[in-house]
Ligand binder design. Structure first.
Ligand code: FAD
Length: 442
């Protein structure tokens, strides 16, 4: 029997995967049952789902139930200060990512887990930690009473603020590094206008402004969720947006075409929380084979590659496979296999922030992207743009994407310095520096 703490995306999906193999699973979640909440609650907050997440959802047999929730995004639509839009494809014409409501996805996963024999879901149960191996301390949030349960094998999927990570750090005496970004975020809803979406539905919209940016993802009902990423303090910062008038002036100056799309901007800005962003580096992920951290609890990352949940889903798929084949040392193998990949996506997610808010505007950058997509067409087994390796190629581990991405950037820089390179020179460069992927990845 496995005990999971946290029924977020990772906890629910893992419960489902394990139960499908006949494993008994008990899940404790501090929040109320999402099935009992009105469907609007939290619905505007959306996430990008990509290949790694989709593969895990398929393995769990739940992709069919999730598909109606998805809105495809084929690329980025950049909005410059004059309101002119430019479309940049994410990859080849068939490659896309999907916007999905976090609340609807979690609800679908919860329903699927509940329907699976062997899964017991307990909501309104907050984990307080674990002290003695094999014992989990819990609090019933309705009654306030605390109690202990026996749990021989625990998976902590309790998110970035994980109390089980804190328990583990205390027991093992390690220090968790929480690298907080100097930028925070705020979410805003762009409503449907006269029955029409406020923006083109086929893309992730970006207003890149150098030191900060606004982005917007489509929702299935035609509305959009925008997120403002901005420094906490300084000349362009949240600190200075201290009144409705200042917020409106800021939008009128920086995002003039977005301003009319948020009629109640000042009210939303005041009502919505200002969220923190950061990367968690936890030196320990497990207590022998008794406790294992997964998802954000183990390795929360900044959201600029749209991979936190995808990576958490990949964790679930890999852990499920290890528990099936080598149950006695699955936690140990999981940590050994995943650590390098999770560090790699943490690095790439940070690098992607500079790309989204700044370099994406540079014509030289766009030419390199086009060249990278063209090189992939000519050398599909050797040159795959880094963004595509991360988002569309679940068979390529993150660490390999990071490593090959660096080599590829060197090639692109070299080709940029001699624009009329002989095709034979290009072919040689690629063959010399990039071993065939089919040999590198099973
Ligand atoms: P969580 O989603 O945090 O779930 C943890 C669960 O545990 C929650 O249900 C919580 O209530 C419960 N819990 C917590 N503490 C306790 C406790 N003590 N006892 C019991 N239960 C507890 N990822 C993407 O892949 N694509 C994106 O586009 C994307 N965009 C993002 C945008 C923003 C602004 C942010 C902040 C993140 C984004 N992410 C994205 C990241 C994604 O949200 C997370 O990586 C993902 O939610 C991690 O899932 P999880 O299940 O590990 O943790």
């Amino acid at each position: 029997m496995i005990t999971i703490v946290g029924a977020g995306p990772a906890g629910c999906l893992l419960a489902l995967l394990l139960a499908r193999r006949g494993q008994r699973v008990t899940v404790y979640e501090r929040r109320p049952d999402p099935g009992l909440l009105p469907s609007e609650a939290g619905r505007s907050i959306n996430l990008a789902l990509a290949a790694r997440g989709i593969r895990a959802l398929r393995d769990a047999g739940v992709m069919e139930a999730v598909t109606p929730l998805l809105t495809p995004m084929r690329g980025r639509r950049l909005h410059d200060i004059s309101g002119t839009e430019q479309f940049l494809a994410y990859g080849q014409s068939h490659e896309m990512i999907y916007s999905v409501s976090r609340a609807d996805l979690t609800r679908r996963l919860t329903e699927a887990a509940r329907a699976q024999p062997g899964v017991a879901l307990h909501f309104n149960q907050q984990c307080l930690g674990y002290a003695d191996p094999g014992k989990l301390q819990l609090r019933d949030t309705a009654s306030g009473s605390t109690y202990e349960v026996a749990a021989q094998r625990i998976v902590a999927a309790d998110g970035a603020g994980s109390v089980l990570r804190q328990s583990l750090a205390q027991r093992q005496g390690f220090i968790v590094e929480e690298d907080r970004l100097e930028h925070d975020y705020k979410e805003l809803t762009l409503p449907v206008v006269n029955g029409h979406p406020p923006l083109a539905m086929d893309a992730l919209h970006i207003w890149p402004r150098g030191g900060f940016m606004l982005i917007a993802l489509p929702n299935a009902d035609g509305s959009f969720t925008a997120t403002l990423f901005l420094p906490r303090s300084g000349p362009q910062s949240f600190e200075l947006l201290s009144s409705g008038a200042k917020v409106r002036d800021f939008f009128a100056r920086e995002f003039p075409d977005a301003l009319p799309l948020v009629p109640d901007l000042a009210a939303q800005f005041a009502a919505h929380p200002q969220g923190m962003l950061g990367t968690i580096h936890s030196p320990g992920w497990r207590d022998a084979e008794r406790l294992l951290l997964i998802g954000d609890a183990a390795h929360a990352i900044v959201p600029f590659h749209g991979q936190g949940m995808n990576c958490a889903f990949e964790d679930c798929r890999i852990l499920d496979g290890l528990l099936a084949h080598s149950p006695d040392d699955a936690f140990e193998h999981f940590e050994a296999q995943r650590r390098g990949d999770c560090e790699a996506i943490a690095t790439m997610a940070l690098e992607n922030y500079a790309e989204m808010r700044d370099t994406v505007r540079d014509p030289g950058f766009q030419q390199q992207k086009d060249l990278a997509i063209a090189l992939e067409r000519s050398y599909p087994d050797r040159f795959i743009p880094r963004y595509s390796m991360v988002m569309f190629h679940d068979e390529i581990p993150y660490s390999l994407a990071l490593e090959r991405g660096r080599v590829q950037q060197g090639i692109l820089n070299e080709l940029a310095s001699r624009p009329a390179a002989d095709p034979q020179v290009v072919a040689n460069l690629i063959r010399e520096r990039l071993p065939a992927l089919s040999a590198a990845v099973q």
